[in-house]
Design a protein around this ligand. Sequence first.
Ligand code: DLL
Length: 433
Amino acid sequence: MIWNKEMECMDRQAMERLQLTRLRETVSQAYERIPFYRGALDKKGVKAADIHTLADLQLLPFTTKQDLREQYPYGLFAVPLKEVVRVHGSSGTTGKPIVVGYTRNDMDTWTEALARLITQATVGPEDITQIAFGYGLFTGGFGLHYGMERVGATVVPMSSGNSEKQIMLMRDFGTTALVSTPSYALHLAEVAKNMGVDPKTDLRVRVGLFGGEPCSPGMEAAIHDLWGMRVTDNYGLTEVGGPGVSGDCGMGEGQHICEDFYLTEIIDPDTGAPLPYGEEGELVITTLRKEACPVLRYRTRDITRLMPEPCPCGRTTLRMRKIRGRSDDMLIIKGVNVFPSQIEVALAEVTGATMYYQMIVTKRGYTDALEIKVELEPAFFSDDFRKLKEIERNILRVLKRVVGIECKITLVSPQTMERTTGKSKRVLDLREF
Ligand code: DLL
């Protein structure tokens, strides 16, 4: 089912016309109401009237996370606070949080975007949906909550953590949809097993709406195996309003972008130059419908590709590939670019290895060294040194092929790597630059 056929299946030319109109409105609103943007636009000598085609987007200045931090807390608000009905903040732990505000209309737009993604994940009024994203400043809990209510699903607002209770309620309430980070879904499956509950046969969860962190194909497969559920990957970020930028239609062909609300481009992260459709680079987002916090050309740091081809699901909106990593968490190890998601792809191929891992990067003299700690599957934990060595060799072989680097593998006992209820941290970079 398609939630809003008019928008999601709109003819491309009509969509681009609508985007152009909204882009001009957004630029003039930012110029008139936000001193930061007036300064940045004046510096470039650009006004809304200079935007004649969507390609003129490139005339506009970029916005960075640093810009948003410096305007803490309300510097980028385009409306008086009395019109703001909600604020949210970024989930990062370093520095000041990014603050975003929502007017009543913004709440409505946000909820509409979520309703579309939820519907394409096949969730509707028949579903009982357990939201295990944090409720609070983080946009995940409340964002999905309102979207779920809009489509008529029954919401169980569990928030994150309290894992045994999550499983108990899933069983007692007959939960059919789980909303969480993908790493928490993996952890919940383990908790269930320890309680003697097989998520596949003893629970009714048939679909997961995941997001908030990368969900590699390997992780998707692991979740599917443990839960027997359909796995959907949904993308968004606080700076442009939270979840609701794009979502999975189940065709395995990338995530549909809510294009009437967001204008997307791909740039070369080093030069800032625009890249054509199909090429991998950094995603840049301009909001088209935000009243409280419009954002021009936000540099997300997320690495992906845009796909304009029509999708078999019938939606005509542009799609983005799964996020492959971030330009700022891409590691360069001995000159090779390495994304944590590649490690996951490799681990998924090796029998006996789990998705729980940590990359530790150090420097020995002038040379980078990478160690990857990998947690073993309980069934493969043994005293037999030869068996363990074989798993280690298999991981190294696959890593060499997938990532092209040599590293040290340290196998660790089952249940010893840290579990998270929210976003996981996979990299420890101890090099001094
Ligand atoms: O994580 C918003 C969100 C909540 C999206 C719930 C989806 C579901 P932030 O905390 O600001 O907002 O983190 C945003 O998380 O720039 C990406 O690097 C990463 N991220 C979010 N969703 C995905 C995803 C929310 N599906 C940052 N795949 C983004 C990969 C994701 N990375």
